[in-house]
Design a protein around this ligand. Structure first.
Ligand SMILES: [Zn+2]
Length: 394
């Protein structure tokens, strides 16, 4: 009979923007093998996970034992896992990006299946494991309108009249298509203006100086991120939800990320010009939510899946997944009620055990990843404290 709970060996993707191996939580969690890229969990073909016990790809295992994913998932997605959790550690901003919605994703996939490997959308959530700095969504329109009355910025407002999302879109396009010289001179001019002239955003000149150090004074993304987007610093446990088509750039930190199973991305900044995608396509695709920092936050609520009250849930408004976070203090226990779909679980801190019916006890240690089949309650215990993230659908 198929084991319902199996330990996985996961792949790490090398992306160049990661922290150095020894500083990287992703590398630490991805035990033993040094790597600086994100750790991917699940069945995504480019970076698949394997069973530790047999070396078999998880995908094959699920095909052989479709019962493990449960009827609802089987009917909708087949013997597969419709979400993709990752651990990411980065010290330098990831490219400024959006992930296309379903209809655009399928069109792009048809036109260029190599670059856009998936016809699926990719809404994502990011949960901070350390302090996490990011840009996400847009500043409120009134604030952007006020900022663009500054002398150095007026020239980017090409459509006078009422200031709407369409105006914002035009400004974004003007910033993204500005010449390298214009970008550099604008950044310099903005740094000579007193911070007090930036209204609610006195950090802008300092942020531009920082981004310029990392990405040069010629990167159009510097202006888009600092002037148009919300800048957030999250503490451990805080999370954001990024809908499909929503602009974001992650600056620095360690995160647990979970997304619908897709790897499509359009990049326009914080990367070499040659790697930037078509700006017209980017701006046509943009959505205008969230429109302030608070809207981007994803609340953490108590979950009724945890019977002892040590489990919270991050539940984004999409069908593909929720994420449970179980934090145990020394000597504490927790029981997860059985879930009717597949889940992927990673220990992000500490160690302990999990007991599954039939009296199997598995040891859990920081960095261990497990697939858990549907319909299995889990009893956790930790002598010294432990944190576990578990992404699931049902
Ligand atoms: Zn992303």
């Amino acid at each position: 009979m198929a084991e319902a709970v199996v330990q996985l060996r996961c792949g790490v993707k090398n992306d160049g923007w990661g922290k150095k191996a020894k500083d990287s939580l992703a590398a630490q969690l991805w035990s033993k093998t040094p790597g600086t890229g994100p750790m991917w969990m699940g069945t995504y073909p480019k970076v698949p996970s394997y069973l530790v016990s047999t070396g078999e790809p998880l995908q094959e295992y699920l095909k052989k034992h479709p019962r493990l994913v449960g009827k609802a998932v089987l009917d909708q997605y087949g013997a597969d896992i419709p979400f993709l959790p990752k651990i990411l550690s980065f010290a330098k901003a990831l490219p400024l990006q959006i992930h296309p919605n379903k209809s655009l994703a399928s069109r792009l996939h048809e036109q260029d299946p190599v670059k856009f490997a998936d016809s699926n959308h990719k809404p994502e959530i990011a949960v901070a494991l350390s302090n996490f700095e990011l840009f996400v969504g847009w500043k409120p329109l009134a604030d952007i309108q006020a900022l663009f009355k500054l002398n150095s910025l007026e020239r980017f407002v090409r459509s006078p009249g009422e200031f709407t999302d369409a105006t914002l879109c035009d400004i974004c396009e003007a910033l993204l298509t500005a010449s390298p010289e214009t970008v550099a001179s604008t950044i310099h001019e903005l740094q000579s203006i007193p911070e007090s002239q930036f209204g609610a955003y006195p950090y802008i000149p300092g942020m531009l100086a920082r981004l310029q150090r990392e990405y040069s004074e010629f990167d159009n993304g510097n202006l888009v991120a600092a002037l148009l987007m919300n800048y957030l610093t999250l503490g451990p446990g805080d999370a954001v939800y990024v809908p499909a088509d929503s602009i974001h750039a992650y600056l620095c930190g360690d995160i647990f990320e979970c997304m619908a199973r897709s790897d499509n991305v359009l990049n326009t900044g914080f990367c070499p010009r040659a790697q930037r995608d078509n700006i017209a396509l980017f701006t046509q695709t943009l959505s205008f939510a969230p429109h302030n920092a608070a809207e981007a936050l994803l609340p953490r609520r108590k979950s009724d899946k945890g019977l002892a009250g040590h489990t919270d849930v991050y539940a984004p408004p999409i069908a593909e997944f929720n994420v449970l976070a179980t934090c145990l203090g020394a000597g504490e226990t927790e029981t997860h009620k059985s879930i009717l779909g597949p889940s992927l679980m990673i220990v992000t801190k500490g160690c302990g055990t999990v007991n599954i019916p039939g009296d199997t006890t598995l040891h859990l240690k920081e960095g261990h990843v497990f697939f858990v089949g549907q319909g299995v309650p889990l009893d956790f215990y930790s002598k010294t404290g432990m944190a576990v993230f578990r992404a699931y659908t049902e």
